[in-house]
Design a protein around this ligand. Sequence first.
Ligand code: ZN
Length: 113
Amino acid sequence: MNPTDQEKFRPVIQLRLDAIAADLSAAQESTKPISPDVAIGRLSRLDSMQMQQMALAGKRRLEDEHARLHEAMRRIDTGNYGRCFLCGGDIATERLEFQPDAVSCVACLNRRP
Ligand SMILES: [Zn+2]
């Protein structure tokens, strides 16, 4: 992929990074430890712990995506964005628009076990 095309993805990635940063700061509240003496019934405490587990899992997913997007940004810096790390071929633009942090082309993705 030529550098001009690579640069087109910089704002796409930045937008996604901003959205994740906002989601993560919103998640801050729901992933706080739940105090054992919280003045709610036993069942609702279990409920809030379950909610917290879900919030934590979601937070981890966001953090993973954030890291991958940062890597993608770095690949634009080095001119390697949009190149499949397995076959070295170009990753389809449509795929990158859908998933800007993609590191392999669809053919290689399907070849993997
Ligand atoms: Zn490939």
